[in-house]
Design a protein around this ligand. Structure first.
Ligand SMILES: Cc1cc2nc3c(=O)[nH]c(=O)nc-3n(C[C@H](O)[C@H](O)[C@H](O)COP(=O)(O)OP(=O)(O)OC[C@H]3O[C@@H](n4cnc5c(N)ncnc54)[C@H](O)[C@@H]3O)c2cc1C
Length: 512
């Protein structure tokens, strides 16, 4: 029996998940990726013999991948080695002011009590309770749904749904909500930072994003081989289920005939026919016509002012001294409002940035010998990489400010230039065209923003979208959910006959 042919454009996490899920259902899957390896933003940079994770580093919501592998009769933990972290992150304001958050909520309560007093610790408990509630309300009708819909969100629980609406706090900003939970401005800053996980400012994002704090409290894992190991495991898994993956090849056009997507054209001129196409590139690339004029209709443009954060990153192999690094570390700027005003208000690098450092050789507080260690240093930046070149002088000025914040907090990174690689918003724009370097699609500013992300189905039959710029949003597990939704929508629409002897699960794989 001929199998339905699917072409997937891009081997980011969503494209890989779609390929894995559809190959398991017996479809004829071809995945085209322009880079030389899978993962997209989950990329590694080589510095000497060191492979440095230079994209996402915080791995959460492992249940998304547990479910994906279980659905094909496999165990995620057999393919990806995970280690739960005791310390979620170490936070510093200066050389003497530090606070660790722990996977164990009680330990965090105790640490916050020591740091800011018993009343603040009690308010942290309320914050945990309310952020968990937001997550629980949104998981099924929103995060797992293939399209964002306020109607579904409310309708899922009838009158109760309407009553629950205020509990997800869509109409107050994260910052104002945090002011009610925390009287200590340092704690507001710490928990406000979760808005940046969605590429947004805590001053304009809805308080709904408090749910990110809950997601992190549910567990953070480190992955053996780095985050890139996750991409490699999915690519291997998809191939073992019959998918074909072609690296180093670029899709230049999505072919549309009689109003329906029916294949892709590569920049080499080759055409690949398909019954359906999933695009894992950023929706901005589709909307800007990078896949042809016809495909453009599939996505609405993202105005530059609605773009999410970009970043300036340093991938470094270096010796460090003076600060006891954990795996995930955050060094805060003195004026959070000014930082976001620089980025979103003035479209410029922050005068004093908050700095994230991932010390990739440190798990659960392991001590590092005197040798070099692998670091990713990241500051938030405006997504203007298509308008600004970021010359050496500007990069150096940003480095001075960034590493200056670290030194103020006691951390010295002894980095010779030959073991450092910088990625600017302009570089991110080259890697992910039409984005300006925005790493999370549209920003989540205002309560309607999350509903403006496109869902899996487009107005062109046979053409689907998946990835961090689509619903339910950015982040590795969320983009993975979008890949699963795209696969499920496509299967429903093709009405395919389930024919997967490989999984021995006739009629069995649930992708919801
Ligand atoms: C520096 C950084 C730090 C981050 N930190 C975290 C974190 O700690 N935790 C977390 O969960 N998330 C984090 N994120 C966000 C997370 O990485 C992304 O949301 C997620 O990886 C996006 O996946 P995606 O499916 O959208 O695909 P992408 O990663 O965007 O990949 C899309 C793929 O499509 C390919 N492609 C595009 N156009 C074409 C074409 N024409 N032909 C062929 N191929 C094409 C690209 O080459 C790319 O490989 C971070 C991101 C960055 C950059």
């Amino acid at each position: 029996m001929p199998r339905d042919r699917v072409v997937i454009v891009g081997a980011g996490i969503a494209g890989l998940v779609s390929a894995f899920a559809l190959a398991a259902r017996g479809l004829d899957v071809t995945l085209i990726e322009r880079a030389a390896a899978p993962g997209g933003k989950m990329r590694q940079l080589a510095i000497g013999s060191a492979q440095i994770d230079s994209g996402p580093t915080v791995f959460t919501m492992r249940w998304v991948f547990d479910e994906l592998f279980a659905a094909v009769g496999r165990k995620f933990a057999d393919h990806v080695r995970l280690r739960p972290l005791e310390i979620l992150a170490r936070h510093a304001w200066d050389e003497h002011t530090r606070l660790d958050l722990f996977a164990d909520e009680e330990r965090s309560v105790e640490a916050i009590g020591d740091f800011a007093g018993a009343a603040e610790a009690a308010r942290y408990r309320s914050f945990c309770r309310d952020s968990r509630r937001i997550y629980e309300i949104l998981e099924k009708p929103f995060l797992r749904a293939s399209q964002p819909s306020m109607g579904r969100l409310i309708g899922a629980n009838g009158f109760r749904g309407l009553m629950q609406l205020p509990q997800i706090k869509p109409f107050s900003s994260m910052w104002s909500a945090l002011s009610q939970y925390f009287h200590d401005p340092r704690l507001r800053q710490l928990f406000g930072r979760y808005a940046t996980y969605c590429g947004s400012s805590p001053f304009t994002a809805p308080a709904t994003l408090m749910l990110v704090a809950h997601v992190e409290r549910e567990g953070v894992w480190s992955i053996e081989g780095g985050m890139h190991g996750l991409a490699a495991a999915l690519a291997d898994g998809a191939k073992s289920l019959g998918a074909t993956i072609r690296y180093g090849q670029e899709v230049s056009e999505i072919l549309v005939s009689c109003g329906r997507a029916n294949g892709v054209k590569l920049s080499s001129g080759e055409r690949i026919a398909a019954d359906a196409v999933i695009v894992n590139a950023d929706v901005a690339a589709v909307a800007n016509g990078l896949f042809g004029i016809q495909a453009r209709r599939a996505a609405a443009a993202i105005p530059a002012r609605a773009r999410s954060l970009s970043a300036m990153t340093w991938s470094v192999a270096a010796k460090t001294s003076g600060f006891p690094l954990s795996r995930h570390n955050v060094f805060f700027s003195g004026d959070y409002a000014a930082e976001f005003d620089d980025i979103f208000g003035h479209d410029r690098l922050p005068h004093e940035p908050t700095v994230y450092v991932c010390a990739q050789d440190r798990d659960a507080g392991n001590a590092i010998e005197a040798g070099e260690e692998r670091l990713l240093v990241l500051v938030n930046a405006p997504a203007n990489g298509d308008r600004q070149t970021y010359d050496a002088a500007e990069v150096e000025q940003c480095a001075q400010r960034t590493f200056g914040v670290l030194e103020r907090c006691g951390l010295r990174i002894h980095r010779p230039p030959e073991t450092t690689r910088v990625t600017t918003p302009a570089d991110f724009n080259n890697l992910f065209p039409a984005t300006g370097g925005a790493l999370y699609g549209r920003s989540s500013h205002g309560w309607t923003a999350s509903f403006q992300r496109p869902g899996a189905r487009t107005r062109i039959p046979g053409l689907y979208l998946a990835g961090g710029s689509t619903h339910p949003g950015p982040g590795v597990p969320m983009a993975a959910l979008s890949g699963r939704s795209a696969a499920a929508s496509l299967m429903t629409d093709l009405g395919s006959i389930i024919q997967s002897p490989k999984t021995a699960m006739r009629g069995g794989m649930s992708m919801r």
